[in-house]
Design a protein around this ligand. Structure first.
Ligand SMILES: C=C(O[C@@H]1C=C(C(=O)O)C=C[C@H]1O)C(=O)O
Length: 451
């Protein structure tokens, strides 16, 4: 069943029955499966064409499909409303979880707009079926309205494998701001920095794609996951991508955030790229950009944590298209007192969003500058995307290296990319960097067979 509600708490199916069973001895690699059921070793292979949900990295993670409940939220309190809705769902849930790992039991996927005023708002999807994998353990969760019945079996909830369909020819055209004109947007950002309005601002652009065939999101997901194994490949409500940036993971009182800022394009030549990595690691412009982003994350986490660990120097993250300065910031959540619980991963994501990696410093002025000069609605690009479990633990990425499929036209997509701008930024170089950041999604829509 699928229920639409914009008022959290409305129309929660009662009771909601959640069952998690292990799949450890089912369909493992090399196990002959007479029913032809896909191998859960590759989670993405399980997904149906329609509205696939995914959060995977290096073969682990969650895939899901079906909609037991969908909640749409809007406005500045969209995160809090989403959390209220999730709690209302849980209040009516009967849970039998035989695996008890992060990601087992009830799970919601969600994605949120970057901007408080965006019509894109946010969406929480409680799927009907979830298959998860973590450290060699695989499980199946079903979330249905009704009564507790027999333990679910994979063969009953997964259809025959329909191979992903290629998008065919893809036409690209300018988005809200043409590529050339976007250099003026960057120049306005630099001018605002020099005028003292902000220290850093992140400016983005979109590109429109039109595919020959309706987009089969799974085609793109497979390609993203294979080419960008260190990224989090995600799909929620038509927003898909492979982000290298983890806004926050919260697990058993431990929080982690992978902060990126400071980028250099790769050349394709390994020796030259090693030299570029060294240049990046010593570039004062990129180190400045990075410092703003790390500080914004550390400051936002501090009120929730009894201790935090902020690395002194970033490492260089190598991706096939770009190199980034990266820092893994960690913290221990302050132990709850009395009946209080830890803040949920979503509450932490709400407190962190938007970091200086995707907005700028100071936040309020950078937000206002973006709204004034960027010339587009970012929608859910650069907003939090991820999943959360019943205990509030979960993982939220920043929706970068991403595209949004038009809900009314499955052949139309918007691709997005943005760049951190500081006083020393050069508009032409930033345009080139934005092109490099569009590569993952362009390749994901490529015509050749997935490798
Ligand atoms: C805004 C994007 O990326 C962000 C900006 C970066 C930069 O300017 O160096 C690096 C990583 C991300 O934090 C994007 O990919 O669209």
């Amino acid at each position: 069943m699928s229920t639409q509600t914009s008022a959290p708490g409305d129309a929660v199916p009662q009771p909601l029955v959640v069952r998690t069973v292990p799949l450890d001895d089912l369909g493992g690699r090399g196990t002959p499966d007479p029913a032809g059921t896909p191998d859960p070793a590759d989670l993405l292979d399980l997904l149906p064409t329609d509205a696939p949900l995914a959060w995977v990295r290096r073969g682990d993670g969650l895939v899901a499909w079906g909609e037991t409940l969908r909640v749409e939220v809007h406005g500045a309190d969209r995160f809090a409303r989403a959390e209220d809705a999730w709690r209302a769902v849980l209040a009516h849930a009967v849970v039998r979880d035989e695996v008890r790992l992060p990601g087992t039991g009830p799970v919601a996927f969600a994605s949120f707009a970057f901007d408080d005023d965006s019509p894109a708002g946010g969406v929480v999807v409680v799927p009907r079926v979830v298959v998860g994998r973590r450290g060699g353990r695989t499980w199946l969760t079903t979330i249905t309205a009704g009564r507790i019945g027999a333990a679910p079996a994979l063969a009953d909830v997964v259809g025959p494998r329909v191979p992903p369909v290629a998008p065919g020819d893809v036409e690209y055209r300018d988005g809200a701001v043409a590529a050339d004109a976007w250099q003026d947007v960057v120049a306005q950002g630099v001018a605002a920095i020099r005028a003292g309005e902000v220290d850093k601002v992140v400016l983005a652009r979109d590109v429109h794609a039109r595919t020959q065939h309706p987009v089969d999101v799974r085609w793109a997901l497979h390609r993203l996951a294979r080419r960008y194994p260190s990224c989090w490949t995600f799909s929620v409500d038509g927003l898909l991508g492979a982000t290298p940036e983890l806004l926050v993971r919260s697990e058993k009182g431990l929080v982690t955030s992978r902060v990126l800022a400071g980028t250099i394009r790769r050349t394709g030549d390994d020796a030259a790229d090693m030299a570029r990595a060294a240049i990046l690691a010593h570039s004062s412009k990129d180190l400045e950009e990075h410092e703003y982003a790390v500080t914004s994350v550390a400051r936002a986490l501090e009120p929730f944590c009894s201790s935090t660990n902020v690395p002194d120097v970033p490492f260089v993250l190598h991706l096939p298209n770009v190199l980034h300065l990266a820092s893994d910031v960690t913290g221990v959540l302050t132990a709850p007192t009395g009946d209080a619980a830890h803040p949920s991963s979503l509450a932490l994501a709400a407190a962190l969003h938007p970091t200086a990696a995707v907005c700028g410093t100071p936040t309020t002025a950078a937000r206002a500058l973006i709204a004034r000069v960027e010339g587009m609605d970012r929608a859910r690009y650069a907003g939090p995307v991820g999943w959360m479990g019943a205990d509030g633990d979960g993982e939220w990425g920043i929706a970068l290296r991403s595209a949004q499929v038009d809900a009314d036209d499955p052949r139309a997509l918007r691709l997005f990319a943005g760049c951190g701008i500081v006083a020393a930024s050069d508009p032409a170089a930033e345009l080139a960097e934005s092109e490099a950041k569009l590569v993952p999604m362009r390749d994901a829509l490529g015509a050749d067979e997935p490798a």
